[in-house]
Design a protein around this ligand. Structure first.
Ligand code: ADP
Ligand code: MG
Length: 254
């Protein structure tokens, strides 16, 4: 797992500057949320960290290594999107195995047939990894189902599992719970916190929901208008907001 350093990141789309000299240091194993109102630049900052978007200026470092010019696939970060992006025609086990099979594809140049192979070998070595991850996520009993037969929360866990099989150095999540209904969202908050504890992995989590940020993060970066206004523990930010804008967004007592 990795520490993350974003330094002096600026980004404009046309005439609109969406990130203004943003710097942020995240510790190895930390759960950090980027929180702020819609349009403040959270997703753009996360995409720059992932390498999916290039900054106009500034640097990205993982474990002290400058990866600003490194392509997304070689940063070994797992991006979990709000749309779960599961293959509807494959089972949960096959969905979990697909990234591993694709990695093999890179080595051999041939795409192994995921489905029949898994069925024949009783999962084999890849199956073992899939089973371990399914166990951690408590979806071991769902391995033979298709995504259409799962609840939203279960699909969310499969998506996380798909990210985990690559053994990434950090998990990046952009509003991963926003498609879920309110009750499930609250339930998944504690599941994600628990998962973070068990994995000890670095999580960078984007949300516009201050309650999510306050309940889940080790530290939260409150963003507005392309700046980080405050970065600290939920207790610090809530009890001691450094500006009226932060206080109003977080809902601190005045
Ligand atoms: P957030 O995730 O906080 O809602 P975003 O990072 O998605 O904010 O967007 C920040 C601003 O940048 C918004 O005004 C958005 O419209 C603009 N923006 C984001 N991506 C693009 C793009 N590819 N082209 C043009 N404008 C964009
Ligand atoms: Mg966004």
């Amino acid at each position: 797992m990795a520490s993350i350093a974003l330094s002096h990141i600026s980004k404009s789309f046309g005439d609109t500057q969406v990130l203004r000299d943003v710097s942020l240091s995240i510790l190895d194993g930390e759960f950090v949320t980027l929180v702020g109102p819609s349009g403040c630049g959270k997703s753009t900052l996360l995409r720059i960290l992932a390498g999916l978007e290039a900054a106009d200026s500034g640097h990205v470092a993982l474990d002290g290594r400058d990866v600003t010019a490194v392509r997304p696939a070689h940063r070994n970060l797992a991006m979990v999107f709000q749309s779960y992006a599961l293959y509807p025609h494959l089972t949960v086990a096959q969905n979990l195995a697909t990234p591993l099979k694709l990695r093999d594809l890179g080595r051999t140049g041939r795409l192994p047939v995921v489905g029949p192979l898994l069925a024949r070998t009783g999962y084999g070595a890849i199956g073992e990894q899939v089973r371990v991850i399914a166990g951690i996520l408590q979806i071991g009993h769902l391995l033979d189902r298709k995504p259409g037969q799962l609840s939203g929360g279960q699909r969310q866990r499969v998506a996380l599992g798909r990210a985990m099989v690559r053994q990434p150095v950090a998990f990046l999540m952009d509003e991963p719970l926003s498609n879920l209904d309110a009750a499930l969202r609250v339930h998944m908050r504690s599941e994600l916190s628990e998962l973070h504890r068990r994995l000890g992995a670095t999580f960078v989590y984007v949300t516009h929901d201050q309650a999510e940020a306050l309940t889940m993060s080790d530290r939260m970066a409150v963003m507005m208008g392309g700046n980080i206004l405050q970065f600290g523990s939920p207790a610090e930010v809530f009890a001691d907001p450094r500006s009226l804008a932060v206080a109003e967004f977080i809902g601190s007592p005045k």
